[in-house]
Design a protein around this ligand. Structure first.
Ligand code: ADP
Ligand code: MG
Length: 377
C-alpha cells in the first residue's frame, strides 16, 4: 500500500487528471503531472509540480519516475514505448498490458470476442478492398473507425449505401481501421469498475448516457433499468476488468439492444466522463476510487447518495472572448458547477459540466434540461 503523503505521477493533465488530483490531494497524496501542454494543462494548477514534455521524452520520463512513488494515467493514447520505459524503474497502474488492449480498437474487440464477452460484430481493415469485402459481410449502416487515437467520435465515419467507400478510407487517412456493424440500441450505458493492487473490486451502479454528435451530452444516474439488467451489466464489466488484471479504473461502455441484451462498445482504462456524476452524488467519487485503487488503499463504497443528472458543457456554448452567464445555474441550490480551467473554448471541447441533484430522478432530469436550455446561447 502506498500511504497518504506519497507522490503519484500522472501521465496527462486534462480534466480527468485534474479531478483525480483534487480527490487525491484530499487524501494527502502529492502529484507530479507530465503533459506536453505544461502549465496550460487543466491539472497543472492543482499539481505539486508539472513536467512539460512530450510523452516519448525519455529524460522527462526518467525525471517523472525519479520524483514519484507510483505512476498512473488519465488517458489511454500514450505511446507504446512510454510505459515500457517507465516500468523499468517504477510501477505504472494500469500497466502496459492493459493499455495495449484499450488503446487499439482491433486489439480491444479481439480481446472481447476471444474471451467470450458480447461485442459489436467487426472486421479488421487495412485496404479499400478489405473495406469493400467487409461491408459486403456486415452490411449498411456500419461505421469505420481508425484503430487507434480516436476519441469523442473523432476518427470515425458512418457508412451507408450512398457512401463512397474509397473516399471514406481516404478521409480517415488510409490507416489501419475497424469496420463495425451499426447497432440499433435502446440506449447507451456505462459501468465504471475499480480494481486495486490487492485484487479487491467494485462496480458503480450503471450510468445511462445520452450522446449528441457522438459526444457524451447527459448522464442519468442511477440508470433507468431493472435490477436484473443492472446486475448483469455490473457482472459483465467486473469480469472484463478481472480478465484484464487491471489496477485502477476500467470503464465499460455498453449498448442495450432492443432485445434486452448487453453489447460492449468500448473500454477505457481510466475515469470516464459518465462517472463525473459521482463527484456530487456518490459515497466515493470515481476520482477518489481511481487514486485508492492505484495506491492500493481499500476501495470506497460506490453507492449513489442521490439521484443525479450530469450535463456536459462544451466550448460551443462559450461566446467569443467570454463565458456563459452562470447566474441561473448558480442560483439553483441543488446544481453543482464544475469548470476545468481551460483558457480557450473550441466547439466540441469539454470545458466543464454541471450536476443536478434531487431526491427523485424525474425531478433532477427535468431541472437539468431546463438549466441546460438556460445556458444555451
Ligand atoms: P469514442 O472513442 O469516440 O467514444 P465510440 O466507439 O464510443 O468512440 O463511438 C462514439 C459514439 O458513436 C458511441 O457512444 C455511439 O453513440 C456511436 N457509435 C459508435 N459505434 C457504434 C456502433 N457500432 N453502433 C451504433 N452506434 C455507435
Ligand atoms: Mg466511446
Amino acid at each position: 500500500m502506498l500511504p497518504p503523503g506519497a507522490t503519484i505521477g500522472m501521465l496527462g493533465g486534462g480534466q480527468l487528471g485534474r479531478m483525480s488530483l483534487l480527490a487525491g490531494r484530499k487524501l494527502g497524496y502529492h502529484f507530479v503531472v507530465l503533459d506536453p501542454g505544461g502549465q496550460a494543462a487543466p491539472a497543472a494548477s492543482v499539481a505539486d509540480a508539472v513536467i512539460a514534455a512530450p510523452f516519448d521524452d525519455k529524460a522527462a520520463l526518467d525525471e517523472l519516475a525519479r520524483r514519484t512513488d507510483r505512476i498512473t494515467l488519465e488517458f489511454e493514447n500514450i505511446p507504446k514505448g512510454t510505459l515500457a520505459h517507465l516500468e523499468q524503474t517504477v510501477a505504472v497502474c494500469p500497466g502496459r498490458s492493459v493499455l495495449e488492449v484499450c488503446q487499439h480498437r482491433l486489439k480491444e474487440k479481439s480481446f472481447l470476442r476471444d474471451n467470450g464477452f458480447p461485442c459489436v460484430p467487426f472486421a479488421s481493415i487495412s485496404s479499400v478492398d478489405e473495406l469493400r469485402a467487409a461491408v459486403a459481410e456486415l452490411g449498411f449502416p456500419s461505421v469505420l473507425k481508425t484503430a487507434d487515437s480516436g476519441y469523442d467520435g473523432k476518427g470515425q465515419i458512418k457508412l451507408s449505401e450512398s457512401t463512397d467507400l474509397a473516399d471514406a478510407w481516404t478521409k480517415l487517412g488510409e490507416v489501419p481501421c475497424v469496420l463495425e456493424k451499426w447497432i440499433t440500441f435502446e440506449n447507451e450505458f456505462s459501468v465504471v469498475c475499480a480494481r486495486n493492487t490487492a485484487g479487491e473490486e467494485q462496480a458503480y451502479p450503471v450510468f445511462e448516457n445520452e450522446h449528441c454528435n457522438h459526444i457524451l451530452d447527459t448522464t442519468i444516474w442511477p440508470a433507468r433499468i431493472c435490477p436484473d439488467l443492472e446486475a448483469e451489466a455490473q457482472a459483465l464489466a467486473l469480469a472484463i476488468t478481472r480478465e484484464l488484471q487491471a489496477v485502477g479504473l476500467i470503464t465499460v461502455e455498453l449498448f442495450l439492444t432492443q432485445g434486452g441484451k448487453w453489447i460492449v462498445n468500448e473500454l477505457a482504462p481510466r475515469p470516464h466522463n459518465s462517472g463525473h456524476v459521482t463527484l456530487d452524488a456518490a459515497v466515493t467519487s470515481q476520482f477518489e476510487q481511481h487514486i485508492r485503487a492505484v495506491a492500493g488503499l481499500p476501495l470506497g463504497a460506490p453507492d449513489a447518495l442521490s439521484a443525479a443528472v450530469m450535463v456536459n458543457l462544451l466550448g460551443d456554448r462559450w461566446p467569443a472572448g467570454g463565458q456563459p452567464d452562470w447566474k441561473v445555474l448558480l442560483e439553483e441550490p441543488r446544481a453543482k458547477l464544475h469548470l476545468y480551467g481551460k483558457a480557450e473554448a473550441r466547439p466540441g471541447r469539454k470545458m466543464g459540466h454541471f450536476t443536478m441533484l434531487a431526491p427523485e430522478l424525474p425531478d433532477a432530469l427535468e431541472k437539468a434540461k431546463s438549466l441546460d436550455k438556460s445556458l444555451t446561447l
